[in-house]
Design a protein around this ligand. Sequence first.
Ligand SMILES: Nc1ncnc2c1ncn2[C@@H]1O[C@H](COP(=O)(O)OP(=O)(O)O)[C@@H](O)[C@H]1O
Ligand SMILES: [Mg+2]
Length: 209
Amino acid sequence: MTSGANAESDAGVSSANSLLSSLQRESLDASVKQVLHRGGWGNPDVLLIEHGAEQLVVKDFAPRALWVKRLLAPFLLRREARAYHRLAGVPAVPRLLGQLDADALILEYRPGTLLSRALAGKLRPEFLEELEAAIEEMHRRGVVHLDLRHRSNILAGEDGRPVLIDFASALRFDPTKAWGRAAVAAIGWVDRRALAKWRRKLTPVVAGD
Ligand SMILES: Nc1ncnc2c1ncn2[C@@H]1O[C@H](COP(=O)(O)OP(=O)(O)O)[C@@H](O)[C@H]1O
Ligand SMILES: [Mg+2]
C-alpha cells in the first residue's frame, strides 16, 4: 500500500519529470526571465527560467569555451549534483530537479535575499539558529560546503528561513564511516567559521553595548 506521504511525493516527482522533459535546450533562451548571475570563464551562467507556470533555475555551462565544457564543467556539475542528491529533503537546500543536458543542471528556484550586514536586525530571530541547524544537518550527511563565507551562497528565503546554495565546491564524505565523520568534523571547521562570520555580521549592534 502506498502511504499518503509517498503518494504525494510520487505525484510531485512525476509532475516535475513531465515538466522537465518538456524543457528543451532549444527553447531555453526564450524562457529566460532573468540572468541571476553571469558566469566568468570557468563558471556557469545561472538563469531564472519561466517554464509554464513554474520558475526554475538552470546552471548552464553551454556558453563557455569548449575545453571548459569538456574538462571542467562535467567535474563541477557532477560534484554539485552529488551534493544535492545527498542533501535531498533538507528544507534549507533547493531540490535538484534534473539535468537539462551535459552542460546544465536544473534546480528548484528559491527566491530570497542574499545575506549582508544590511539584514542585521531584520531577519527572524531564529534565522541564525536555523542556519546552524541546516549546516549541522549537511555535515551529518557528510557534506562540507566550503564556500559559505561568500554572501552569494546563502539566502534568506521568502519565508525568512535560510537557503543554502552553490555546492560546486562542496566535498562529500561517508558519514557511516568513522574516518568520514572525522573528515567532516575537521574540514567542517570552514563552514563553522563562516557561520561565526554571519553571526557577527547579522547580530545588530545595540546602542550603549
Ligand atoms: N536555487 C536558487 N534559487 C534562487 N536563486 C538562486 C538559486 N541558485 C542560484 N541562485 C542565484 O544565483 C546566484 C549564483 O548562483 P550560484 O549557484 O552561487 O552560482 P556560482 O556557482 O556561479 O557561484 C546566487 O547568488 C543566487 O543569487
Ligand atoms: Mg555562488
